[in-house]
Design a protein. Structure first.
Length: 642
């Protein structure tokens, strides 16, 4: 069994957002919401702590001096969260970047290392201008006439426009000899000034902050002795890099040269390098990588706290699981499935907490394909394939079956979340009675204007948590769920996707929902059906062959009939008028007033949940549904069963 040892960091509290990318192009993607330019902010040189060039050296011993590829460690002056971890120090490299993680023993002059994952490349990198640079000191100046370089840093205290105090950590590379060689020739004139700025969080519960790249002038100033005008601005990279690989052999990165775009897909995949100076488009423009404001809670995988209500500052902070797991957590999962917007898949984020059944781990293999980790484990770092080089590669997903389990837990029928199969008896049984393995469709009602109504049943009796998802080749007009005294259900849908989750006892002759679909096709196709997390194929309802009742020609109709828990009553009239819709027993006694008032033309739907006017459930038997008004007096028989 393979395990990773890691240190749990503090809790970073920020507000919840759903993850909307079609696939996880990078873990750092989840940390930041945009890469934009900030205009009309001139480059401002700092006068911070200058690092002596002699202090730059290579790990692990940092003995000697390396002004070509060396590092120097500094304290940030505050906590800064990056890539799911919290750091308070960084290593500044002469090659135009910093790393939060102790650097490897080999030099890193190759800017392609931003895009590649290997043990000899630095990770957790922020790079305003990563290339093969050289830090020139006084010796280079006096003996060879180079422009002296300097690298300095500073942490300042400031306030925003609302008066909220925060800190900024700045690293400045001044007169750095950038990309200094052409055909093994040192180019004295290739000199540039640039900065990195880390902004401390202004949220008292968060350590996440923005990142900014600033660019000054290039070329030697006030040096008439340097007549060469060449400045090598091509071939450097600008961006951030996480840890491990997510797709193929590539690293977890965002290319900051793709700024002012609608999304970060290109930023997470492109290997574009610099061509002109300034990379931002001007010395009065800066590249801003804005942190995504979100929660990041470490404990625990699959605990059900999708909305992070247990986090510091939220209403269920420091409360037990029975308080912080709520119906809203299930609702968020259903919404994400219905809208096809997966919850944030990064460790410690929304899907990490939503994966209560512990079957949602996945990663990208060397070919860029998604690989699901099928084994359910109590600890997310257990049972991982050898090709996973970092826990940051592990991503998470949740579906409607997780929502069903959360609902079951809320009802008190599970002792805890996460719920892993066979870890304890459910409802006092070793094996719950899971007979149903799919859905089936009942009689279709044809309404009007291309609208069809059909009930959805389970294929057999079922006792336990249940979930269903499918797509429809039409527009879903309405969804009515059918929970009873013995079960509870929650639904969500979009124009063409239906999702339902719940728990309890389900009879095969009682629908879980009635769906109205508008279509001009000659069939209704339910595709990508998923029953309790398992794909079960599709159901094609040929409207020319299946049983269809033309409800558009009926003034009153209902579905289903016989009735076990509730029924949907459709009223289709041709003239707006005042009507009464009532239910009577066979002795003519009024049982339930469904509606009294004006009813517009077209099909209108009403629900009867088998309760009488005293809110008491009616006995099994035969009842009469009567519609009266505007010259209409119609009666329809209703059959109520146990």
């Amino acid at each position: 069994m393979k395990k990773f040892l890691f240190t749990a960091v503090g809790v970073a509290i920020i507000c919840f957002m759903s993850y909307t990318s079609p696939k996880a192009i990078a873990q750092v993607y989840g940390e930041f919401k945009s890469i934009t330019t900030v205009n009309n902010v001139p480059y401002e040189e700092i006068k911070g702590t200058a690092i002596s060039p002699s202090l730059f050296a290579l790990p692990p011993n940092y003995i000697g001096n390396d002004r070509n590829d060396g590092y120097y460690r500094v304290n940030l002056g505050f906590d800064f969260e990056f890539n799911g971890e919290i750091f308070n120090q960084a290593w500044i490299c002469t090659n135009g970047f910093i790393t939060f993680t102790p650097p490897p023993n080999l030099p890193a002059p190759n800017p392609d290392a931003l895009f590649l994952e290997a043990n000899n490349y630095p990770i957790n990198v922020i790079a305003p201008y990563w290339g093969d640079h050289y830090l020139r000191d006084s010796t280079d100046f006096f003996t060879r006439g180079f422009v002296p370089s300097s690298i300095s840093y500073q942490t300042i205290d400031t306030v925003d426009k609302d008066g909220v105090a925060f800190k900024v950590f700045i690293v400045q590379w001044k007169n750095l000899n950038i990309n200094y060689k052409i055909d093994d020739e040192d180019v004295k004139s290739s000199v540039a000034n640039f900065q990195l700025r880390l902004y401390g969080s202004r949220d008292q519960y968060s350590k996440q902050g923005d990142i900014e790249f600033c660019y000054g002038t290039i070329g030697p100033k006030n040096r008439p002795d340097i007549t060469d005008t060449r400045v090598i601005t091509k071939g450097a990279v600008v961006g951030i890099k996480g840890e491990g690989k997510l797709i193929g052999e590539g690293s977890d990165f965002l290319n900051a040269l793709f700024y002012d775009q609608d999304d970060l897909v290109q930023a997470g995949t492109s290997h574009l390098k610099t061509s002109d100076w300034q990379p931002s488009g001007g010395s009065d423009k800066r590249i801003l990588i804005s942190a995504t404001v979100r929660f990041n809670v470490n404990e625990w995988w699959g605990d059900g706290d999708v909305d992070f209500s247990k986090a510091i500052g939220n209403k269920h902070y420091n409360m037990p699981q029975s308080r912080f797991v709520t119906a809203n957590d299930a609702r968020l999962i259903l919404k994400s499935v219905a809208e096809d917007k997966p919850l944030d898949p990064v460790r410690r984020r929304a899907a990490y907490h939503a994966d209560v059944n512990h079957n949602g781990r996945y990663y990208y293999n060397g070919s860029g394909d998604i690989v699901n980790i099928k084994k359910r484990s109590k600890i997310f770092t257990d049972d991982l394939p050898n090709e996973i080089s970092s826990v940051k590669q592990i991503l998470f997903k949740a579906d409607e079956n997780d929502a069903a389990l959360i609902m079951l837990y809320i009802s008190g029928r599970l002792p805890e979340l996460p719920w892993v199969i066979d870890t304890f008896p459910a409802y006092g049984k070793l094996t719950p009675d899971y007979s149903a393995n799919n859905i089936k469709i009942g009689t279709i009602n044809k309404l009007d204007n291309g609208v069809y109504e059909f009930p959805v049943y389970l294929s057999n009796f079922y006792d336990g948590p249940v979930s269903v998802k499918f797509d429809v080749n039409g527009s879903i007009v309405d969804v009515i769920k059918y929970d009873t005294d013995e079960n509870q259900l929650m639904t969500s849908n979009t124009n063409n996707r239906f999702v339902i989750s719940g728990f309890g006892k389900f009879e095969s002759n009682t629908p879980i929902a009635v769906i109205k679909v508008n279509t001009l096709e000659n069939n209704i196709l339910l595709s990508d059906i998923r029953f309790n997390g398992e794909e079960t194929g599709s159901i094609n309802l040929d409207l020319g062959k299946v049983e269809i009742k033309d409800a558009s020609n009926s003034i009153i109709s209902n579905t289903p009939n016989p009735i076990t828990s509730k029924t949907i009553i459709n009223v289709n009239i041709n003239e707006l008028a005042y009507y009464s819709l009532n239910i009577y027993d066979l002795n003519g006694n009024l049982v339930k007033t469904i509606y009294n008032g004006e009813i517009p033309t077209g099909i209108q739907s009403y629900e009867w949940n088998l309760l009488n006017n005293n809110s008491q459930k009616v006995n099994p038997g035969v009842y009469m549904l009567r519609l009266e008004g505007n010259g209409i007096n119609l009666v329809k028989k209703l059959i109520v069963e146990n």
